[in-house]
Design a protein around this ligand. Sequence first.
Ligand code: ATR
Length: 266
Amino acid sequence: MKVYAVLGDPVEHSLSPVMHNAAFREMGLQASYHAFRVGINRLRDAIRGADAMGFGGLNLTIPLKEGAMAVVEPDETAKAIGAVNTVSFRGGIRGHNTDGIGASLALRHYGVDVRGAKVLLIGAGGAARAIAYQLSREGARIVVTNRTPERGLALARDLGLEFRPFVEIEELVRGSDILINATSVGMRDGDPRLFDGSMLRAEQVVFDIIYSRETELLRDARRARAKAIDGVMMLVYQGAAALRIWTGLDAPVDVMEGAVRAALRG
Ligand code: ATR
C-alpha cells in the first residue's frame, strides 16, 4: 500500500484526497491519499519524514509552494515558476510544478487553442506564475495585470512578458481573446467584481481558476455568451500530471472530474 498526501495550511477543504482516491480505485492501485495540516516551519521535517516512510508522493498547497523550493531539488519547470506543487521520491526528493500544464490541458479540454491568442492574465501569485510560464511556452501573447504593480512587474520581468497597470483593466479586457482570472477574487460570496462584466463578448474565452463556486465572473461570461471555463479541470489535470510523475501511468480524468464535481455538490 503506497501512501500519498497533500500538505498545506489550511488543507481541510482540499479536494485532492477525494480526487486521487477515486483515481487509485479506478486504476486498481493499492494506494491511499490523505491531507495533513503542515505549516511552513515544519515543511522540511514533513517532506523528509514522508520520504523516510516510503510515501509515494506529495502535493503541496497554500502556503508551502514557494518555501518548498529550498527543501527539494526543483526540476526546470518548478525552477522557472519558483514554486513546487508536487514532490516525488524516486532518485532523491524532487520538486515539480503541474499547475501550468493543468491550466493548459483544461483550456485544451474545452477546445481552446492558446497559440497566437491574446491572453489577459489577471494576478501575480503562484498560480498566475505557473500559468504564465506554460502558456507563454505554447505561444500565447500574454499581458499581465495585477492590483499590486510590483508583483505583476516581477512576474512579467522574470518570464519576459508585458505588464500593464490594473487601472487599465477594462481596456485590457476588451483587447483580449482569452481572459484568465488567477486571483482569489470570486472565492467568497460577495467578493467585488474585478471589472464590469457587461463588456465581455461572445467570441471571448473566460477562464476562472476558482473551482469552489460559480463566480460572478463566470456568470457574467455566460450572460455574454462567451466561453466560460471554471477551475475544476485545471485541478483535475494538475492532479493527473502529478499522478503520472509518481506512477508513470495515465490518470482517469473523467473519474477524477466526477469525484470533484460530486464533492462540490456536497
Ligand atoms: P496564489 O499563490 O494562489 O496565486 P496569492 O499569491 O495569494 O495566491 O495571489 C493572489 C492573487 O490575487 C494576487 O495576484 C493578488 O493581488 P496582489 O498581488 O495585489 O495581492 C490577487 N488579489 C487578491 N485579492 C484581490 C483583490 N481584491 N483585487 C485584485 N486582486 C486581488
